[in-house]
Design a protein around this ligand. Structure first.
Ligand SMILES: Nc1ncnc2c1ncn2[C@@H]1O[C@H](COP(=O)(O)OP(=O)(O)OP(=O)(O)O)[C@@H](O)[C@H]1O
Length: 896
């Protein structure tokens, strides 16, 4: 997008704003009331409906104003405005529920500095301005770590302001932008967006000329994206102060607000103020513009607050004096108090079984506390959620049974058997990141009458959001954390204890509409033993995305980029190496390549982006096949449900009488019916989808069968095949968006002249297509190639020497070629069972076609595999595995 392009919507926006303001002025003037009424009666029905909608919005906003005025932050509005006027950066700490996310953007959006300003947009090489008028600023961006927070907060703030949401009206002043959903209007003044979306916008305009202010909310989460955003923001501010070579905002200020309830802001203060990394600035370094000592607003040092402390006083410490007047000025503000109290309860003894204890607590709450009183339970991951969901459903159906009128009149009434007269119904709602958006949104819909909602969530609901009706929070004290080991390219995904900061955020989800309770399923001593803050993600994740993003922003020397926390050097080197392997960087200069730039613009992780780009060299059916696989891989969880642990599947597994009859007929006619098939039709149905040597192609089979026009009832199809309907709906969302993106010329790679684009028909064509898809996967996954351990070099040498093999990976069936890491095939893989009993399946070997003998070792296991993820639980497991031929990899110029 050119610099001018971003300015086009602003002109439309100004017109819409003018129209909006003049309409509002008319309405607000009582003299217009009569003529307004007359206008209404003469209006066509559509106009009247619109007017009725507007007045409904206004009434709702008026009603909400009273609630807003009760918030602890409300009396601080002027203080906040003043501090933002005086400083480049404001650090704001306020307790959970005090009103930061909803009120701060509203306090600031009518400020003078927040207007869109006309400027000359382009400059000549010597810095002279060239004409062409445009505008800079006018919008506030407010960043959220997750999409559910961005969308729900935007909805709430639109209601508070009384404006339609997003693109539903050109006059709407509040919108949001999350991956695959950009819901803004030309007049959007307050835009909630995920940090990932702001990074994408930075790729298009590194000066963020659309905005007057960026609010970084929930900074304590310290995801990699937030650290990157903070670095880019600091660079914009430095350029505005003359520290950079140019200022693309032409003097129009960008204000930054950084907020949290639980972050330690000391490091963030120093990061912006330049303490510790800027040179000492001469003898008058501690003096302001007029020779006075720098005031608090020019540069406060962050002293941190506790409940009893007051905000930092003017700082005169030696360290702070080093920040000159030319440096970024940082102010701070503390909002004390929360709207409603939350009582914290601990267990008296350590909990041994978290699920049972959580279930007991839910039952206690349900049987002994009145409505309204919904429950929010924090669990470590999807698996734990689904297990508790199943327990909750069992409890809910037992309640229904108990509450039926007694069939034996001799039985005493319920309440005499120790139960309350009649308990409310239960609505059980899971909530996790890979749940499709429309299912996530159910937590914000009204609770049915006489019903208690039990929301079972990962840390997705931990920050920012207000779930209406929640009075009780149950905190298991666990979350899933991913730790990357750069040397081995290995991720560990384990359930680990949360930090104190996370525990506070979790309890903060209660007490937002009324007093609440937080039940921590651990003893108080364990709480005090937790880490105080959450470890920054940058210290423990694969940094390929971070490095690619920086390179895409023309940051040549990654080590030179301002980061709040320096990542380990080894992780950076591994990321650079990984990106070189994916052709994203030039091996001579380390600069980003054209492929790398395209990868950075795709909303999936770098290896998956590389696979998508590779497919663009081929015919559309290959691109579509690869998109299906990548859509499934971009979900954290798999699509296949464990058959025996899921009630619905167990009942689906019971064969209909018709199917049993069919089996009998088959048996009579001498046909083979396996025991499994006989007892478990879900497994039999699933087997139709399996591709013997490939999890990736199995995913493709499943998605294509699900999406086929011949599949009329998709939910029933999922039940029959033991597949998560939720996961499939999410995959359909992602697939749709990726298809749109990959349809654009921007993401096409030129096919080399030897690429065979002719697709054959029939079985040979299907085989060719599958082979081509696997080759596309190799383009992104070839660093994850592993061969049978028996063929790995060290083993061979030992064998030649005639000694006993001493390969430490001996017991692992595969060894990675690049890192010599022994790996096991994950039990969820189609190749796992195959290893246990080779040749067990009867279906044709689609994957390797006629070349099985070349690709399969003596054990019946493929000689070489690629995999998508390597995770460590009890041992290193490769997940999503496919057999490949080493020759394909060599043909692609890899491993040469
Ligand atoms: N969707 C909603 N429905 C009902 N009330 C809401 C909603 N969103 C916000 N509120 C009310 O506004 C209050 C302030 O919410 P806000 O998100 O601004 O607080 P916050 O200080 O940002 O909290 P946190 O630090 O937990 O993100 C809530 O405590 C609640 O009373």
């Amino acid at each position: 997008m050119s610099n001018l392009d971003i300015l086009k919507p602003m002109a439309v926006k100004r017109k819409a704003e003018e129209a909006f303001t003049s309409r509002r002025t008319q309405r607000d003037d009582p003299r217009d009331a009569v003529s307004d009424n007359a206008k209404v009666s003469n209006m066509p029905p559509a106009g009247r409906t619109q007017d009725a909608q507007k007045s409904k919005l206004r009434d709702r906003a008026t009603a909400l104003l009273k609630t807003r005025q009760q918030l602890p932050i409300w009396p601080h509005a002027e203080e906040v405005r003043q501090k933002v006027r005086e400083n480049d950066v404001l650090l704001l700490v306020g307790e959970t529920g005090s009103g930061k996310s909803t009120q701060i953007p509203q306090f600031l959006c009518s400020e003078k500095w927040c207007q869109s300003l006309p400027v000359l947009t382009s400059t000549t090489s010597n810095g002279a301005q060239k004409g062409r008028k445009g505008n800079i600023g006018g919008r506030i961006a407010i960043l959220q770590p997750r999409r559910v927070a961005a969308t729900s907060l935007a909805t709430r703030v639109a209601q508070e302001i009384g404006t339609p949401l997003g693109s539903s009206s050109p006059a709407s002043t509040v919108g949001y932008s999350v991956r695959f959903d950009n819901n803004v209007s030309p007049s959007t003044k307050i835009k909630f967006l995920t940090d990932g979306m702001l990074l994408q916008e930075l790729l298009r305009d590194r000066w963020l000329r659309e905005y007057s202010c960026v609010i970084v909310d929930e900074v304590h989460e310290r995801g990699v994206n937030v650290d990157l955003v903070l670095g880019f923001l600091r660079r914009i501010l430095e350029a505005g102060r003359g520290a950079g070579s140019e200022d693309g905002r032409q003097g129009v200020p960008l204000k930054i607000v950084v907020m949290s309830a639980t972050a330690d802001m000391g490091g963030i203060h120093d990061f912006f103020a330049g303490v510790g990394d800027l040179p000492v600035n001469g003898s008058n370094a501690n003096e302001g513009q007029n020779g006075h000592t720098s005031s608090q607003s020019q540069n406060e040092e962050w002293n941190g607050f506790s409940d009893s402390e007051t905000p930092a006083k003017q700082d005169t410490s030696e360290e702070n004096k080093r920040s000159s007047n030319d440096n970024i000025s940082v102010g701070s503000c503390y909002i004390k108090g929360r709207q409603y109290p939350v009582t914290t309860h601990y267990t008296s003894t350590p909990t041994t079984n978290l699920l049972d204890t959580a279930m007991d607590r839910i039952i206690q709450i349900h049987q002994h506390t009145p409505l309204p009183g919904d429950v929010l339970v924090f669990l470590s991951g999807q698996e734990m959620i689904e297990n508790l969901e199943s327990l909750c459903h069992t409890y809910a159906s037992s309640l229904n049974e108990q509450q039926k009128p007694p069939q034996q009149p001799s039985l005493p009434p319920r309440h005499k058997r120790g139960y309350p007269q009649k308990l409310p119904g239960l609505q059980i709602l899971p909530l996790f990141a890979s749940l499709p958006t429309h299912l996530q949104a159910r937590i914000f819909q009204p609770t049915p009458p006489f019903t208690r909602r039990i929301i079972l969530s990962t840390n997705i609901a931990e920050t920012s959001i207000t779930v209406p009706g929640i009075r009780h929070v149950i905190d298991t004290g666990k979350h899933k954390s991913r730790l990357f080991r750069p040397g081995l390219n290995l991720d560990t995904l384990l359930s680990t204890p949360i930090s104190q900061s996370m525990a506070k955020q979790r309890s903060g989800r209660a007490g937002r509409e009324a007093p609440g309770h937080c039940y921590r399923l651990y003893i108080e001593k364990d709480y005090w033993d937790l880490e105080k803050d959450t470890k920054p993600e940058i210290l423990q994740t694969n940094l390929a995305f971070l490095v690619l993003t920086l390179k895409a922003h023309n940051v040549d020397d990654v080590l030179d980029f301002p980061l709040l926390t320096r990542p380990p050097r080894r992780s950076l080197e591994a990321a650079l190496e990984g990106l070189l392997n994916l052709d994203a960087l030039d091996p001579d200069t380390s600069n980003i390549t054209d492929i790398g730039k395209k990868m950075a613009s795709l909303p999936v992780r770098p290896d998956l982006a590389r696979i998508l780009l590779e497919s663009s060299k081929h015919s559309p059916d290959i691109v579509e096949g690869v998109i299906d696989i990548v859509s499934a891989l971009s979900l954290e969880e798999g699509i296949f449900l464990p058959v025996h642990s899921n009630k619905r599947l167990q009942s689906a597994a019971k064969k209909s009488s018709q199917e049993l009859l069919l089996d009998k007929q088959k048996k009579k006619s001498g046909e083979d019916v396996s025991d499994d098939e006989e007892s478990n039709p879900v497994e039999a149905a699933r087997r139709q989808l399996l591709s013997r040597h490939s999890d990736h192609l199995t995913l493709l089979n499943a998605i294509q069968a699900y999406a086929s026009p011949n599949t009329h009832d998709r939910r029933a199809w999922c039940d029959q095949h033991g597949i998560s309907h939720r996961a499939m709906s999410r995959i359909m969302d992602v697939r749709k968006q990726l298809r749109q993106m990959m349809g654009s010329k921007r993401f096409q790679l030129a096919a080399p002249s030897n690429t065979n684009t002719v697709t054959l028909d029939g079985a040979l064509g299907a085989l060719q297509k599958r082979e081509t898809i696997l080759k596309c996967l190799i383009a992104g996954l070839w660093p994850n190639i592993a061969i049978l351990t028996s063929l790995a070099p060290s083993q061979t040498q030992q064998g030649q020497a005639g000694s006993q093999p001493q390969n430490p990976n001996q017991r692992a069936p595969y060894t990675t070629l690049l890192t010599s890491q022994g790996i096991h095939v994950h039990p969820s893989s189609v190749m796992f069972t195959q290893r246990d009993s080779p040749g067990r399946r009867k279906e044709d070997d689609n994957t390797m076609g006629g070349r099985r003998d070349a690709a399969v070792g003596a054990s019946g296991m493929p000689r070489a595999v690629i995999f998508t993820d390597l995770i460590y639980t009890s041992k290193p497991y490769a997940r999503n595995v496919s057999a490949v031929e080493l020759g394909w990899v060599a043909d692609m110029g890899k491993l040469s």
